[in-house]
Every structure is written in structure tokens, then in C-alpha cells.
Ligand binder design. Structure first.
Ligand SMILES: [Zn+2]
Length: 83
């Protein structure tokens, strides 16, 4: 397992947060996030918003809402990367 860099990890983070990654990749990402304030911020902001929505609705996010959230977060993570 190669170390995960932020630039390659952002897309992975989205899948990590969706819970669709293999355990070994999830573990590597958790290790990276633990030592990376940028990724920790991305994870925190991603986890906070959908969880509120899930608690409120108790159903999966509509695909269009999820797509909007992800594009929003991708834009934010791009800003992090360029700052
Ligand atoms: Zn990172």
C-alpha cells in the first residue's frame, strides 16, 4: 500500500465516506486523515451535513442531492489544495 497523498486521496475520500472501499484502503485513508488537517476538515464537513439529512429523512439521499453535495465538496477540496 502506497502512502496516500491529498491529491490522489480526495476522490478516494468520497468513496471512503460512502463506505464502498476495501478495508485496507479505508485503513490507509483513516491513517492519512488522522495526520492531515485538510483531509480531516473535508471528512468532518462531509460527515456533518449528510448525517443531519439522513437523521431527518431516514432514507438515502436523492441522487441529485448527493451529486450536488459531492460537487460542492470537490470544489471546496480544490480550494484547500490550491491554498
Ligand atoms: Zn490529506
Amino acid at each position: 500500500m502506497n502512502p496516500i497523498a491529498c491529491t490522489s486521496g480526495v476522490d478516494l475520500l468520497m468513496e471512503f465516506l460512502d463506505g464502498v472501499l476495501p478495508a485496507e484502503v479505508t485503513a490507509a485513508l483513516e491513517e492519512h486523515v488522522a495526520g492531515c488537517p485538510r483531509c480531516a476538515a473535508v471528512v468532518a464537513s462531509y460527515q456533518a451535513t449528510p448525517r443531519i439529512l439522513r437523521d431527518a429523512t431516514a432514507v438515502p439521499l436523492p441522487a441529485d442531492v448527493e451529486a450536488t453535495l459531492k460537487s460542492f465538496l470537490r470544489a471546496r477540496t480544490t480550494a484547500f489544495r490550491n491554498s
